[in-house]
Structures are given as C-alpha cells and as structure tokens.
Write a protein that binds this ligand. Structure first.
Ligand code: SF4
Ligand code: SF4
Ligand code: FES
Length: 246
C-alpha cells in the first residue's frame, strides 16, 4: 500500500456548517495508525480540521472516533488492519462540536450524581486491604474514560437521559468492590441510573480498548446486586424491621 484514502466527516453545527465528507490522500508509512494519517491531513492539507488527542499512546482516551463504522481509538488503530479506504466520523452518541470533536460533558454531569467513595466509620486510613480485593477491582480502574462503550451502546444513543451507560457502571462497580466503602449504590443505579434498560448485548465490552469485561464483570454483578437489594422480599422485610421504632 502506497497511499491511504481518508474520507473524513466535517461539520460545525453551532456555525451552521452542515455535514459533508472530505476526501484526502495520505502517503502510507509502515506502522502508521489512523491518528498519524489525520495529523498528516492537519499539517499538510487542511489545518482547520478539528480533532481531539493528547497522548498518542492509548492512555488519555481523547481520540475516540468511529473508524469504518466502529468505535475505536484513532491512536490504537493501525492503518494496515483497515486497508486503503478509511472513513472517519465523530462518535455518534454525543453532539458534534466541530469535525471529529464531540461534546462529552454529559458524562461529567452523570459522574457528579454517583455517590463517591465513603469509608465505613469502623475503618481507619491507611486501610489494610487483602490482595484478592485489589485484584477484583483493578480491572475497572484501568478505564481511560474514552467513552467508546457509551458510544456503541444503543440505549445510551437512543435514551441519553434515562441510562447512565456502561462506563459509569464500571465506575460504580469499582467503588462497590472497595472493601472499605460502606455505601449501597444499587438503588441509585436502578432508579436514576436506569440499569434496567441494559439488555446485556455486550457491544460495550467488545469495543473497550482496555479489554475490561464490562458486561460480564460490572453490569451483570450490579444487576444481581439490584435484585438482592431492591426486589428480594426477605431482605426488604429485614430492612423494614430494622427501620421500625419499637
Ligand atoms: S450490554 Fe448494556 S451497556 Fe453494554 S452496550 Fe449492551 S445495552 Fe449497552
Ligand atoms: S470502560 Fe473501556 S470503553 Fe468504556 S470508557 Fe472505560 S476504557 Fe473506554
Ligand atoms: S491520543 Fe490518547 S488515547 Fe489516543
């Protein structure tokens, strides 16, 4: 392959610039990733192209986009895995600011609603934590907040305000697994977080660049916790008795 043909979605809704696709040809170099090709366009063909990136090492989670229709990191997607023709579009779940840059601030609003780490009054810092507890939650703490799982989720795409989304379930699962934490977040996740809308399609798990088993290890256990805490009749009876003042 000598050249890469890029088709890049361009638009700027706030300035009334409608969606169009611009075509660019970029010389291929061995080991090239999609972000390299986009940088070539910025530096040599069109400096007005808007793209968000920071680390170019799959660490910061900034360069998320739809590449040939699939949510991926531009800096982790090799050109030679895609072939000569590459279509690059912004994430579909979020409003476009300009070209490939989307407004993901909705996620920061959700993050504010999640009860933070709250240590049990009996536990005192520094906490003594068993290795097994660290291992269980470590997977969730590798999240780079790229929002690709949010982008691919059909519930997030269609019912933005009803479901927090898989990235936030991962965050909640990490907090719930902390042995010093004493908050029960299952009601928040069930009532405000809309976890009931998730139908366990596992699409989010398939696109995660950190290979977090989002559905298997975060969503399904959180759903089970909700069943225990919200529906279990014996548990509800015990809670009611404990609340009753004799
Ligand atoms: S498993 Fe749930 S959160 Fe993940 S993509 Fe499917 S509906 Fe969305
Ligand atoms: S869970 Fe995976 S896909 Fe979702 S934001 Fe974190 S790193 Fe990205
Ligand atoms: S530029 Fe940081 S994840 Fe791609």
């Amino acid at each position: 392959m000598e050249k890469v043909k890029l088709s890049i979605q361009r638009s700027e809704p706030s300035a009334g610039v409608p969606v169009r696709y611009d075509q660019f040809e970029v010389p291929y170099e061995e080991g090239m990733v999609v972000l390299d090709a986009v940088h070539y366009v910025e530096n040599n063909s069109d400096p007005t192209l808007a793209v968000r990136w920071n680390c170019k090492a799959a660490r910061c989670g900034s360069c998320s986009a739809e590449i040939n229709g699939k949510p991926r990191l531009m800096c982790k997607t090799r050109v030679d895995d895609l072939g000569e023709n590459i279509k690059i579009e912004p994430m579909r779940a979020y409003p476009v600011v300009k070209d490939l840059v989307t407004d993901v601030s909705h996620n920061y609003e959700i993050a504010k609603k999640i009860p933070p780490f709250t240590p049990s009054p009996e536990m005192h810092s520094p906490y003594t934590i068993q290795q097994i507890d660290i291992t269980r939650s470590k997977e969730f703490r590798t999240c780079i907040e790229c929002f690709l799982c949010q982008d691919v989720c059909h519930v997030v795409r269609e019912h933005h305000s009803d479901y927090y989304g898989p990235k936030h379930v991962v965050k909640i699962a990490a907090l719930d697994l902390h042995p010093a934490d004493c908050i029960d977040r299952s009601e928040v996740l069930y009532k405000q977080g809309g976890l009931g809308f998730c139908d366990i399609t596992k699409c989010c798990q398939e696109v995660c660049p950190e290979e977090i088993k989002i559905t298997d290890n975060a969503i399904i256990p959180e759903k089970e916790r909700i069943v225990d805490h919200v529906y279990d009749p014996i548990g509800l009876l015990v809670k009611a008795v404990k609340r009753r003042k004799w």
